[in-house]
Design a protein around this ligand. Sequence first.
Ligand SMILES: Cc1cc2nc3c(=O)[nH]c(=O)nc-3n(C[C@H](O)[C@H](O)[C@H](O)COP(=O)(O)OP(=O)(O)OC[C@H]3O[C@@H](n4cnc5c(N)ncnc54)[C@H](O)[C@@H]3O)c2cc1C
Length: 500
Amino acid sequence: MTDHFDVAIIGGGVVGCAIARDLSKHQLKIVVLERDTDVARGTSGKNSGVAHTGINVPTGSLKAKVNVRGAAMFESLCNELDVPYKQTGKLIVALDESQVPDLEAMQARGLANGVPILEIIDANEIKRLEPNITGHAAVHAPTAAVTCPYSLTIALAESAAENGVAVMLESPVTAISGDEGEFTITTPKGSINAGLIINSAGLGSDQVARMAGVERWKIYPCRGEYVILDRSVGDMITRMVYPVPPKGGAGLGIHITPTVDGNILLGPSTDYIENLDDVDTTVEVRKQLLKEASEFLPIISPRDVITAYSGIRPKLTSASEGGFGDFVIEEVPERPGMMHLVGIESPGLTAAPAIAVMMVDWVTEKLSPAANNDFKSGAHTAKRFREQPRNVQSDLVDNDPDYGRVICRCELVTKREILSAIENKLGARSINSIKYRSRSMMGRCQGGFCGPRIVDLLLENGVSYEELNLKGDGSWMFIDTSKGLRDAFEPESREEVTSR
Ligand SMILES: Cc1cc2nc3c(=O)[nH]c(=O)nc-3n(C[C@H](O)[C@H](O)[C@H](O)COP(=O)(O)OP(=O)(O)OC[C@H]3O[C@@H](n4cnc5c(N)ncnc54)[C@H](O)[C@@H]3O)c2cc1C
């Protein structure tokens, strides 16, 4: 018999997972359908991780509303889920007098949008706050903060799963039929039925809308590349440093962002691309990022770069139009019962908690569900050992010897944290799923030492050799036994040779 859910959420990014968790505070049968092997594999895992204040969004837009509302909810959500959150503040720096009117316009817009504090500071104050930064004047936004975007997405999904949400991974939605109350959603693993659908498929949201006969939107993928600087130079700045955004550009300009883990990010670039999955990084862009960032931070050296990554913006504006569209959050008349979230580019991470509230209101109005009095808030995995004070670390080790076994030396990740990532309801089953939950393999050696030990832990805890992969189908860790390989690659099998 086909499973029936009250609400199906398509997409396991930060928005879909925030919605799922908030809906699980009600007595509803909910499913998240994610095409990838894990949540947070799309844009939600690959961005700047900034909880934006709301300076850059047009006054009166839906973006401004959910940005400012989401930013106000962000700290308590991160605290509740034990996800890192650091209010670093932010400087938007003018390099010369000609950019000062842009600063004034941003300050006025931010205040109109409801940003609590914004001041314009001069070159001396910039130097006092950030001695390594060169600039003429700046907007100072002290309430801007950083988080770890993939940790937040995973924590939201884990919390949703602990509260009864079914998270179906490797389940790309390929077709949608039926009507409100009795939709049928098809995936290669089979079909499910759902009363309501929330299309939160990010880069795939226009395609999912089309599957339901809604032909209104087109997503233009726009790639942003970053480089990550080593933690050893992480104290070069303490605040985020942004340029004045390029006029008509598709992003906010190359900024310098201190991460919650003590690294520094440079990026993102803005390149419209054809392929939705093309998360390559390129040498040319890497050089461009270093060049542009060194205008503000001249002491950066290419030697500080440890790795690079990229994320893709689901833009509603094409390369020729430039700029930004507003978020689309709409139930359209041609397909009632289905809510479409389209064009959720930046500040979608910041806005996710506020978008979740909007979706709960929509579902509540339709279904009037009772409250789930058994809802369990809080984090559902082990504490990050490295971030605990010394006395807490010793208590953790005393109470659980697995906290005393360090698996990843670069990032000080313990066996307990890895086991906890495997054992919780959402359950990591690939090498990268462990990496993004625990930060193991993310340090200088990039998994050279701890990688094989993590493989062993997965194998000892229910993942088979055949199943074990890096990041999904096709990235197998083991292709055969050594005997099997020898037989496969030898031109003639042993039996044939010995029978001659
Ligand atoms: C370079 C860059 C920097 C950014 N910086 C910031 C920032 O600092 N602060 C901020 O607030 N925002 C930022 N953003 C924006 C933010 O990352 C996004 O708005 C947010 O992650 C969107 O989340 P989502 O859940 O809507 O989408 P996604 O994370 O893309 O999730 C959608 C999911 O749907 C899945 N999916 C797609 N099609 C299907 C299908 N047919 N069936 C099943 N599943 C499907 C995908 O696999 C994906 O996992 C940035 C974005 C980029 C690209």
